[in-house]
Structures are given as structure tokens and as C-alpha cells.
Write a protein that binds this ligand. Sequence first.
Ligand SMILES: [Zn+2]
Ligand SMILES: [Zn+2]
Length: 159
Amino acid sequence: MSMWRPCSACKKPIAHGQRYQVCSVSTCNRPRTAYVFCSVGCWDSHVPTMNHRDAWCEEERAPAEPSAASMAVAPAAVAAPGVEPRRRVVTGPAAEAEEGEVLIVASRLKQYIADKADMNTSADVLDALSDLVRMHADAAIRRARAEGRKTVKGRDFEA
Ligand SMILES: [Zn+2]
Ligand SMILES: [Zn+2]
């Protein structure tokens, strides 16, 4: 068996066709970096040095020993730094609550009513309460605006 690549941790050879571990963290898999580990233990040893959180390793198999014909495609060409796919940033909709939108956390409210009175909560309660919240919020906004404030405060809700 010939060596495919050395382990990124212990530098022991990973042979062609041998199983090896890769890191789940994208920065460890950039073409320029492309860490490979001969064992889970070796992968484990790099985790604290890289300050990973929520990392795991995945088992891969090294490519089979290249035949003379496929040697023409040098592994270096594969490992050459490529252009990384641009990560699409999805921006959320404006945080403004639309008219008629439910403003109440249904699960919490249902839990509250169940705990307090052992009663069920019908779906339209959420709409009715959302309307009330909107009404009070609108009144509080008017009060804050009247005092030249840009912040709605708790006292704006006092009767
Ligand atoms: Zn190793
Ligand atoms: Zn890593």
C-alpha cells in the first residue's frame, strides 16, 4: 500500500484505500487546509487547538491507489485552492409585526391557562389577545411619541 496523505495530527501515513477521518468544521476542509486524520483520536487531538465548538468527525475512505494512467491527474491539482462557493446571506423580513399577525407565544399561553385553571385554549384566543396587545402597544407608542421619546417604556402601558 502506498501513502495517500499524512495524518494532519500525527503525520503517520494514510494509505490509499484506507479509512480516515475528516473534521466537520468548514475551515478544516478548505482546499488550502483540508485536514485528514488517521484516527478519531487524531481528529480529537486537533479539536482543542482549533477551538471548535459543535464539531464532529466523519469517516471517509482514501482514494484507491492510482494506476499509471490516472497518475496524470496529480492529486495536487485536486487540492489546489479553488474558489469557495459564495455563502448566500439570507436576510429576514423586516422585524415589524404585520397587522393581524399573532403576537402571543401560543405554547406559553396555553401552558399558563392549563396550569392556572386546567382549561384548554381555543385558537382564536391568540388573535383576540394579539389585537389587545396591538391596541395597548399603539396607545403606548402615542404616549411615548407625545413625550418626544424614541423608546416605548413599561409605564406607557399604565392606565
Ligand atoms: Zn494520526
Ligand atoms: Zn477541525
